[in-house]
Design a protein around this ligand. Structure first.
Ligand code: OAD
Length: 270
């Protein structure tokens, strides 16, 4: 076991040792809830519990490619409320930036489509947006890119955009159920095998293949879960640490233990 204790103190001590050089992050919607963006599966507040108005056969259909082909209206209706530009990164996003500043961060794998990792200052080569983002739009049939300005108008009107060359439906390049993840995800994921520390934050670890990659961390790599509740197989290994609670609060606690709290707050205030 590389950790002296499976708590904030143990993790901080390990992070300050020479053994801990390559840190990886896996993130999900729970890291953005304090920014005002609902997650998907939390009871009451989660997006999937609040889609009655869209009359879907089941909640996840709104992000299902086969359903979208038949009926793109629910997604377009939802997209109107999902404009990520109106939200600000959280202290947890700034923590990733701080890990990078300390030359510890190897890669941040995120399921989030809100681009808040980038907006917290993390550079593109440290982020894998495994489920894509709203940053680009294209035709689902011929993949022809679609202009952002025209897309904004379509979303605003709630009228699905059509490709100028083939007439196919246009959608943002977020990964729907039934679509493949970007090739950058598959080419980068093996790096996890070289990790010294893995943080898993704000995710229910229910959606594959993303959820499965936490198993790639070698046994010598502590896996630290920062989440409201226990998820996946976290806790099954001797060096798994469960820091259950609000991620911003836990991140502050950890940074306090590291002596980084002031620097973290400064980064966040920037
Ligand atoms: P989920 O909504 O499934 O899970 C969010 C997790 O974060 C839950 O375990 C919550 O308890 C936890 N959580 C919420 N707020 C938190 C907070 N303030 N601090 C700590 N934990 C908190 O979201 P994801 O796991 O990201 O896919 O969902 C995975 C994928 O399912 C998404 O990328 C999306 C969705 O369908 C696509 O849209 C393609």
């Amino acid at each position: 076991s590389v950790l002296k204790s499976r708590d904030v103190k143990g993790v901080a001590e390990y992070m300050k040792s020479d053994q801990c050089r390559k840190v990886f992050v896996m993130a999900g919607a729970g890291i953005s809830t304090s920014a005002g963006i609902p997650d998907f599966r939390s009871p009451e507040t989660g997006l999937y519990h609040n889609l009655q108005r869209l009359n879907l056969p089941y909640a996840e259909a709104v992000f299902d490619i086969d359903y979208f082909r038949e009926n793109p209206i629910p997604f377009y209706t939802l997209a109107k409320d999902m404009d990520p530009s109106k939200f600000r990164p959280t202290i947890t996003h700034s923590f990733f930036k701080l890990l990078d500043k300390k030359s510890l961060l190897k890669m941040c794998f995120t399921q989030n489509i809100d681009t808040l990792e980038r907006r917290a200052g993390l550079s593109g080569d440290k982020i894998i947006e495994a489920h894509g983002s709203f940053a680009a739009n294209s035709c689902i049939d011929c993949q022809e890119p679609y202009e952002e300005e025209k897309m904004k108008i379509a979303v605003e009107k709630g009228e699905p955009a059509r490709c100028a060359s083939c007439g196919g439906l246009v959608k943002p390049e977020i990964v729907f159920f039934g679509e493949g993840l970007p090739s950058s995800f598959f080419s980068t994921v093996p790096q996890l095998r070289t990790g010294d520390l893995l943080f898993i934050l704000g995710t229910s670890l229910t959606v594959m293949p993303f959820a499965g990659i936490c198993k790639l961390a070698p046994p010598s790599c502590p896996r630290v879960l920062i989440n409201l509740d226990a998820v996946g197989d976290l806790g099954s290994r001797p060096d798994d640490v469960l820091l259950l609670g609000d991620c911003d609060g836990v991140v502050r606690e950890l940074c306090k233990e590291l002596g980084w709290l002031e620097e973290l707050e400064d980064l966040w205030a920037e």
